[in-house]
Design a binder for this molecule. Structure first.
Ligand code: HEM
Length: 128
């Protein structure tokens, strides 16, 4: 837990989700291990990816149903293993704790972790 939790608020609005997503991918871009996958391997178009991730998290957190897609399929070709998922989760949690505190924030960290674990085990199954 970080300090000043009493000053932080829970995730409540779409603007909160945009802030969470933007600052999470700022961290990803500063992380050599993950930035390689997004920027060098996948050459992600951030102008497309970030709004897609707003829709993804709005759908999960607020039931917006604005995200349509098959997230797992996008990860099959990626050069990722356990250490990438561990880093992804660590940055996701750190980012959340820096910005928000509350039930929705905690639930969102759990959802992210659980999806990460599903992706990781499906990938391990496909690649072995
Ligand atoms: C090792 C960890 C991960 C890496 C390196 C990674 C990387 C990527 C990359 C490169 C893309 C494709 C972007 C593009 O070409 O437009 C992508 C898409 C996506 N990722 Fe991840 N990802 C990871 C984990 C996760 C997790 C845990 C989640 C969910 C909690 C997630 C959700 C998504 C979604 C929703 C998309 C968009 C799929 C679509 O196009 O509909 N990713 N990710």
């Amino acid at each position: 837990m970080s300090n000043n939790n009493e000053l932080k608020q829970d995730i409540r609005t779409e603007q909160d989700i945009e802030l969470m997503v933007n600052s999470f991918y700022d961290k990803v871009n500063q992380d050599a291990l993950l930035s390689y996958v997004f920027n060098d391997f996948s050459k992600v178009d951030w102008d497309t990816h970030l709004p897609k991730m707003y829709r993804f998290w709005n759908t999960l957190i607020f039931g917006a149903q604005s995200y349509k897609g098959n997230p797992f399929a996008m990860h099959i070709p990626l050069p990722v293993e356990a250490k990438h998922f561990e880093r992804w989760i660590a940055l996701f949690d750190k980012n959340m704790d820096e910005l928000f505190a509350g039930e929705v924030a905690e639930e969102t960290k759990l959802r992210a972790k659980s999806i990460a674990h599903v992706f990781q085990s499906k990938l391990a199954y496909l690649k072995n």
